[in-house]
Design a protein around this ligand. Structure first.
Ligand code: URP
Ligand code: ZN
Ligand code: ZN
Length: 470
């Protein structure tokens, strides 16, 4: 048995902030004690002046995802290693059911085939623990039946799309059926809420007018079309008697829909992402083709939306901050959309920078330290059935722990980050706070600028159902 003591730090969880020592035996936390309580250990990590926080739980990533005619640049190996560098010790990635249109035999794949493919990609390659959601690209009798089996295997959430007609899109009838099945089985439906049918009309009209630059991506994916879809998704969920989780929410009007539903006592949950808190349509409108670096869906919004999102995080109308990490290189991938913004692969890199950017939210006074940990670790763990194994520091929890230096500064850059992508959305931006040491199930995997883990350290996590509904 190995014993590690993290001594003298400020232990910050969603519930508490306390100067304490953390004692770890093998993979688990066994005690959180008064400082200097006298526990003996083989290894002592001095955390004086540091925060000691639960490792981040990023509940929305797309490692090596085929999308928009190419594949997201981070593999499970590179992406989870980058996550570790940034203080995230668990990801929940999206396995994908293949739609009929993307298969040679013209038949939709099964959920099982999709999940097996994702297991094969991740198995033996991850630096940190990982779990899966399932993207349902074809809601039919047989995929609806499969939902129950997946819930039993720890894949307890299912993403549907109101966007991307012909790719992932589901119509309202299919969405209603999936929500009903979710209510029956305990599976949580996650919704990409944008009116894709209307967006495709606006795309066609914009291109016909010669509006081909990246900034038009933000204009055609209108904020009201996000609000409308969010409203519709919530109403469909109410009719089905099911909870709903809205992913990557960016528009203030969409947040208002979630807030109203929550005020009425309905189980509507939503996440936002750091890019919506720190970037805006000004970035999409950067000169030349630079704006392509900022093309994602839902799109970045005008700066004014940021204050509403921070407020939503404070009031818990937004419960989670995930990254939607889906990186495409500027050269060779984003440039597929030169002369036609609709061909720019949608997605941004971010798995490495989430904890730091949210800590910057603490530095700038938007949220408290405990709320930082709540939205980045504790709530995503609870939302997706991983708590208290993940998301906190308490006896019995996995020893996924970050020793975080709250005063160190860093300048973000593609030249120093570890994500396999040739640009940073935050190039040259200085933030305060930096990961010093990362433990994954009791093993130090990052320390003082050195990566000490290896591919295959991370294990698949079977998840419970959403812990806000029991
Ligand atoms: O632009 C995005 N968000 N790309 C990833 C796919 C998705 O919709 O989450
Ligand atoms: Zn989406
Ligand atoms: Zn996504």
């Amino acid at each position: 048995m190995s014993r590690t003591l993290i001594s003298g730090g400020l232990v910050v969880t969603a519930a508490d902030e306390v100067l304490a020592d953390v004692l770890i035996e093998d993979e688990k936390v066994v005690a959180v004690t008064a400082p200097g309580f006298g526990a003996t250990a083989d290894t002592v990590i001095d955390a004086t002046g540091m925060y000691v926080v639960p490792g981040g739980v990023d509940a929305h990533t797309h490692m090596q995802m085929p999308f928009g005619g190419t594949t997201a640049a981070d593999t499970f190996e590179t992406g989870t290693r980058a996550a570790a560098w940034g203080g995230t010790t668990t990801i929940v990635d999206f396995a994908i059911q293949q739609a009929a249109a993307s298969r040679e035999d013209g038949r939709a794949g099964s959920l099982r085939e999709g999940l097996d493919t994702w297991h094969a990609k991740a198995d033996g390659n991850c630096a940190i623990d990982y779990a899966f959601h399932m993207i349902m690209a074809d809601v039919n009798e047989s995929s609806l039946k499969e939902m129950e089996a997946l819930v039993g295997e720890g894949v307890t959430s299912f993403k549907l799309f109101m966007a991307y007609p012909g790719v992932f899109y589901s119509d309202d009838g299919r969405i209603l059926r999936a929500l009903q099945k979710g209510a029956e089985t305990g599976g949580l439906v996650m919704m990409h809420a944008e009116n894709g049918i209307a967006i495709d009309v606006l795309v066609e009209q914009a291109l016909a007018k010669g509006h081909t630059d990246p900034r038009y991506h933000g204009e055609v994916r209108h904020q009201l079309l996000e609000a409308e879809a969010t409203h519709r998704a919530i109403k469909l969920a109410q009719v089905a008697g099911a909870p709903i989780y809205i992913v990557h929410l960016s528009a203030a009007q969409a947040l208002a829909e979630v807030t109203r539903a929550r005020d009425e006592g309905f189980n509507a949950f939503a996440e936002t992402c750091p890019q919506y808190l720190f970037l805006s349509t000004d970035d999409l409108a950067r000169p030349g083709f630079e704006g392509a670096k900022y093309v994602c869906s839902t799109p970045l919004r005008p700066k004014e939306h940021q204050a509403a999102l921070w407020r939503g995080l404070r009031t818990d109308d937004l419960s989670v901050v995930s990254t939607d990490h889906c990186p495409f290189c500027f050269k060779g991938q984003k440039d597929m959309g030169l002369g036609d913004f609709s061909k720019i692969p949608n997605g941004l890199p971010g798995v490495e920078t989430r904890m730091d950017l949210l800590h910057q939210g603490v530095v700038e006074g938007h949220i408290s330290r405990r709320r930082w940990i709540e939205i980045a670790s504790a709530t995503p763990a609870r939302m997706f059935g991983l708590y208290p194994r993940k998301g906190t520091i308490a006896p019995g929890s996995d020893a996924d722990i970050v020793v975080y230096d709250p005063t160190a500064t860093q300048v973000h850059s593609a030249s120093t980050h570890h994500m396999a992508v040739d640009y940073s959305c935050y190039e040259g931006r200085e933030t305060t706070g930096k990961v010093r040491t990362v433990l994954s199930r009791g093993r130090v995997i990052v320390d003082g600028g050195q990566y000490r883990g290896s591919a295959g350290d991370g294990q698949f996590l079977r998840r419970d159902t959403c812990q806000y509904l029991r």
